[in-house]
Design a protein around this ligand. Structure first.
Ligand code: NAP
Length: 266
């Protein structure tokens, strides 16, 4: 799908991957509705992008604001071609000590939010034979310790993408599921900070495995243009987890659990 002149609603546009996606899509001639809760950051991005963008602030986990975001997009641009479900949050902590309120809040954004944004957008995407892009994670393919609930929320995003792709095939709608590895944004750092974890301790491992958000944006837009069904931006994860899951257990234990053993051993 050529993105030029297409109307794209991006959730989580005030953050790392979402902002880079907006910049790249604007350069390619797309018209953008930028959604997230932080209006000030969205307004700054809009100023940078000019008339090709509008701000439709709101919380994806809130039914009314999801509905309003789609309505405002339609009110301004009169059509919707692509919905990018990029907004996401992480819960960082063990299964044993999981804070269930934080779990609920994350699920509301990562799962409930994805579904209601799709529900409100579909009537209009059917008219344009448009596209839904869901930003999942490689953690959906193999759960990461201390991110068990987050990994599960992204496995649900994969399931939503697979079901939706077939359910909407008859309408000519395309569904791209994009699974990035760790990306150099505030995302992982914020989640860790909330739990009092020092990410500096894992600096070298992280540097080797982290992608820059502008590169991730290019991969996503390439996937849209080529109408791919799924991109897992760490090809080894599935075969390694399938043939050698125990090796991953040991690697995760060595590099993720051991540095924090004292903290979580109570
Ligand atoms: N960074 C990584 O390592 C990584 C790896 C794999 C997958 N991902 C996924 O990639 C996506 C983008 O992540 P990122 O790294 O760009 O994160 P980020 O820099 O933290 O940005 C997250 C964005 O989501 C928005 N957001 C969060 N909760 C929201 C809600 N309830 N309603 C509306 N907007 C909300 C935030 O804006 P407001 O706070 O203003 O609402 C922000 O714009 C997420 O789905 C994440 O799970 C990230």
């Amino acid at each position: 799908m050529d993105v030029k002149d297409k109307v794209v609603l991006i959730t989580g546009a005030s953050g790392g991957i979402g902002s880079e996606l907006a910049r790249l899509l604007a350069r390619k001639g797309a018209l953008l509705a930028l959604m997230s809760r932080n209006v000030n950051t969205l307004n700054k991005l809009k100023e940078e992008l000019g008339n090709s963008a509008i701000v439709v602030a709101g919380d994806v986990g809130d039914e009314k604001s999801a509905e309003k975001a789609v309505k405002d997009t339609l009110g301004h641009f009169k059509r919707l071609d692509i919905l990018i479900n990029n907004a996401g949050s992480a819960y960082h902590g063990s299964i044993e000590h999981m804070d269930m309120k934080a779990f609920d809040s994350m699920m509301k954004t990562n799962v409930y939010g994805v579904i209601i944004m799709i529900q409100h957008s579909l009537p209009f995407l059917k008219k344009t034979k448009g596209m839904v892009v869901n930003i999942s994670s490689v953690a959906s393919k193999r759960a990461i310790p201390m991110l068990g609930a987050y990994s599960g929320s992204k496995s649900m995003v994969d399931a939503i993408s697979d079901a939706l792709r077939v359910e909407t095939m008859g309408y000519g709608i395309k569904v791209l599921n994009f699974c990035p590895p760790e990306v150099d944004t505030d995302f992982a750092k914020n989640a860790a900070k909330e739990r009092g974890i020092d990410f500096e301790a894992q600096k070298n491992l992280r540097r080797a495995m982290t992608l820059k958000p502008d590169k991730v944006a290019r991969m996503i837009v390439n996937g849209i243009e080529k109408e791919k069904r799924e991109i897992v931006a760490m090809k080894s994860i599935r075969p390694v987890n399938y043939f050698m899951p125990g090796v991953l257990d040991k690697l995760f234990y060595r590099f993720i659990m051991k540095p924090y053993k004292d903290r979580y051993s109570s």
